[in-house]
Design a protein around this ligand. Structure first.
Ligand code: IMP
Ligand code: ZN
Length: 346
């Protein structure tokens, strides 16, 4: 599988954390303004393939958050990240980010969200060929009141943004907290018409995952440890299959965080063979030094997928987006207009 083919084909990115997606150029630009030592620290932590365990990854987020502690930086990050995905032929992007405040820098959760929305709007005005939506993230360490505030903000900005904010994500260090405490808030978000993309079973956690699956999320992030062989249970597998809950799969992320021992053992294969809808995603393209094209290429090479399989994987991801049918139709037309050319060219 050529990387060039994976770069050329149109793609959908459904699992991209804003602050994890920052490129080295943007980190450098922002750190130089703030404190050049931060860039050096980032450079030392993020060396391709050397991030190590999941604990190290969450240390890197702490470092990045020091750089992105003001609305100007958040705008720059969102603007640059959207351009970078667009340059990789991503035609539809769902960003997700945890609203943060930094009182000493004059940043509020509202100004944080508005900075991202402004970047999305500016990219749209530039006629960049990419549709961008936003999910507001709840960190699993958050208590109920913070989670409720995030859901309120998501509902409010879903209306104010005319549908750019589409839902809520649940993420954060999987070894911290118990997501079950957040169930009432997540159920309420669903009742309010917000879409739910939940990081589930990133590490073995059968009881928690069982409870979370009762919400029937719209998509699952990772789902690494659903299967009994990976520390899950047959009950979890049956529930996911019964409700056909799509998975967002991020191979390099799982390899780097060492939640999957070897890429050959990645759970993509199991779920793909079961016919479960799966979207290939980057998770944190900056932290994991990857791109969506590279992720497609890795999946193809690891599991022997043909160009046609890769095309179909990309095309079928359109079904999984959190946008209305008209957007899906537009994307399908876009894919179909280049299909025969891309599949037949060298
Ligand atoms: P932000 O929400 O834009 O600040 O993006 C960084 C945040 O995304 C991190 O602090 C985590 O809460 C979350 N995140 C990024 N990657 C992962 C992951 O692999 N698992 C769980 N949470 C993650
Ligand atoms: Zn993630």
């Amino acid at each position: 599988m050529s990387l060039d083919f994976c770069k050329r084909i149109p793609k959908v990115e459904l699992h991209a954390h804003l602050n994890g997606s920052i490129s080295e150029e943007t980190i450098k630009k922002l750190a130089m303004k703030k404190n050049p030592e931060l860039y050096k620290d980032w450079r030392m932590s993020v060396d391709k393939g050397k991030v190590g365990t999941i604990d190290n990854v969450f240390q890197i987020f702490k470092l990045i958050h020091q750089i992105s502690d003001n609305t100007e930086a958040i705008y720059t990050i969102a603007y640059d990240v959207i351009h970078e995905f667009s340059a990789d032929n991503v035609k539809y992007l769902e960003l997700r980010s945890t609203p943060r405040d930094a009182p000493s820098m004059g940043m509020t959760k509202i100004s944080y969200i508005e900075a991202i929305l402004k970047a999305i709007e500016d990219c749209h005005k530039e006629k960049l060929d990419i549709v961008v939506k936003l999910l507001l993230a709840i960190d699993r360490r958050n208590d109920l009141s913070i989670a409720k505030e995030t859901v309120d903000l998501a509902e409010r900005y879903s209306k104010l943004s005319g549908g750019t904010v589409v839902g809520v994500d649940l993420s954060g260090d999987p070894s911290v907290g118990d997501a079950r405490t957040l169930v009432p808030v997540l159920r309420d978000a669903k009742c309010r018409g917000l879409k739910l993309a939940l990081h589930l079973a990133e590490v073995p956690a059968v009881d928690e995952t069982e409870e979370m699956l009762k919400i029937i999320p719209d998509r699952i992030g990772h789902g690494t440890c659903l299967h009994p062989d990976a520390g899950g249970s047959q009950g979890l597998v049956d529930t996911v299959l019964q409700h056909r809950i799509p998975l967002e799969l991020c191979l390099t992320s799982n390899m780097t965080c060492e939640t999957v021992s070897h890429v050959d053992n990645h759970h993509f294969k199991y779920w793909y063979d079961q016919g479960l809808p799966c979207a290939i995603c980057t998770d944190d393209k900056g932290v994991f030094s990857t791109s969506l094209s590279e992720e497609y290429c890795l999946v193809a090479e690891t599991f022997g997928l043909t160009r046609n399989d890769i095309w179909t994987l990309s095309y079928n991801s359109i079904d999984l987006i959190f946008a209305e049918e008209a957007v899906k139709q537009d994307l399908r037309s876009k894919w179909n207009s280049v299909k025969s050319y891309e599949l037949n060219s060298e």
